[in-house]
Design a protein around this ligand. Structure first.
Ligand code: GLV
Ligand code: MN
Ligand code: MN
Length: 423
């Protein structure tokens, strides 16, 4: 086993992986080395097709499910055995970097290619999955592909969600599946999946998106879990009025009430320990013209905390806090994403740790501040993640960067972990 793992890790090509990452980064390239590759766009399709082409070269079969999750499967000796899964996402933030998500998918394929090149056949099949719409940048919320697959929510939950152009998620998905009609289809979900049972385990590689590994000088993060997230979509409704004539006392100004609401939320979420994360990242105003009092203002809330009780209590206080802060307008508050803190399986955490040690990589345990598709695998099968450092912890930013050496180290550890789990 040790010898085989050394062989697999030795067959990982950091150069091939880097070449592929840089080729994929051309699809949706934006100034400053960034990427804007929204899910279910033509760019997303081009990226998936490149990946599928590389997969076929490594003897891996390709299929797609009803949520457009893309599956690459390397057969095992026992095709009836529950597969080991790895993967991540290929969509990016609108102002995203070259590594968030796509690294885990390319690393998964690189691990399979390494097994192929080393002539290793595992007992269990190994599958790489590219989950649809992890980012939620085009269609909110994120993680739709993994939530639908894991049974967290039915796929139809998001049919009516629209992007900035007014395109429905259901229509973008249908268009994508029509464009990919030549790909074999597989059922959505672990139950009723090809093997009729949940996967044996899931392990996802990702850049850390935070500063801890870099500060500690360790190339490998053994991830112990993910903090919880809740998203809300808030719409404040007042009345449009003439900016030159309407007295302030008579206005129902949606922007002014939005400011009151956000100020009250800042007070609600203030945390002297700086553990809680509260972000208003998207604001839209209508009719959005200088000389009309805004009749409507909408904003997003992203709330995160590692402690379930705090996440639930603060999240539940959001709607009443907003309503109490409004002076003249009305508000609707809709929760669009609810992911409780996730704790990874001790066996997968231990397998990653063993793999890092066997590979001679400095490593440390840490929890994830970002959410990941892995969160939704936790109720389905033993799950874990591998992190590699990214420069200054910067992510969701074109300047996001990880060194080829760290990315290779992560993939070596992934290959060892997959072999361990699939042996
Ligand atoms: C993932 O992209 C996150 O926002 O944590
Ligand atoms: Mn990601
Ligand atoms: Mn992201």
């Amino acid at each position: 086993m040790g010898e085989m793992a050394d062989k697999a890790a030795g067959a990982v090509s950091g150069a091939r992986q880097w070449r592929r990452l840089m080729r994929l980064a051309e699809l949706g390239a934006i100034p400053g080395d960034g990427v804007n590759r929204a899910c279910l766009t033509d760019l997303d399709r081009q990226a998936r097709r490149l990946l599928a082409g590389w997969a076929t070269e490594a003897g891996v079969s390709v299929s797609v499910d009803e949520a457009a999750n893309l599956w690459l499967r390397r057969p095992g000796q026992d095709e009836a055995a529950a597969p080991v899964l790895t993967g991540s996402h290929m969509d990016s933030q609108p102002n995203g970097g070259r590594f968030d998500g796509i690294y885990g998918v390319v690393a998964g394929l690189e691990a399979l290619a390494a097994l192929h090149d080393a002539g290793i056949v595992t007992h269990r099949p190994i599958e790489v999955v590219a989950w649809t719409n992890e980012e939620g940048g085009r269609f909110a919320p994120g993680c739709m592909g993994s939530m639908a697959w894991s049974g967290h929510s039915p796929l139809t939950t998001w049919s009516e969600v629209r992007d900035a152009e007014g395109i429905r998620f259901a229509d973008a998905l249908a268009e994508h599946l029509r464009a990919e009609a030549t790909l074999p289809r597989r059922p959505l979900g672990p139950i009723g999946g090809p093997m009729g049972s949940p996967p044996h385990a899931y392990v996802e590689a990702h850049i850390e998106q935070g500063p801890l590994l870099e500060a500690a000088g360790r190339p490998i993060g053994v991830v112990t879990g993910i903090q919880g997230s809740r998203w809300f979509s808030v719409t404040i409704t007042g009345d449009t009025a003439h900016a030159g004539t309407a007295p302030l006392a008579l206005r129902r100004d949606a922007v002014q009430d939005m400011l009151r609401a956000i100020t009250a939320l800042n007070a609600l979420t203030a945390d002297p320990d700086d553990v809680l994360r509260f972000t208003v990242g998207r604001v839209t105003v209508a009719p959005n013209t200088s000389n009309t009092v805004a009749g409507q203002a909408s904003f997003s809330i992203d709330l995160r905390h590692p402690d379930r009780a705090v996440l639930l209590a603060i999240g539940d206080a959001i709607a009443p806090t907003i309503r109490a802060a409004l002076r003249t307008c009305d508000a609707t508050v809709q929760e669009t994403f609810h992911a409780l803190p996730a704790v990874f399986d001790a066996r997968v955490v231990a397998a990653v740790e063993r793999a890092a040690a066997a590979d001679g990589q400095g490593h440390m345990r840490l929890a994830s501040g970002a959410f990941h598709d892995a969160q939704f695998l936790v109720p389905v099968c033993p799950t874990g993640m591998i992190f590699v450092p990214c420069r200054h912890g910067i992510s969701h930013n074109p300047a996001e960067y990880a060194t080829p050496e760290h990315l290779e180290a992560g993939t070596r550890v992934l290959a060892r972990t997959l072999l361990d789990l699939a042996a």
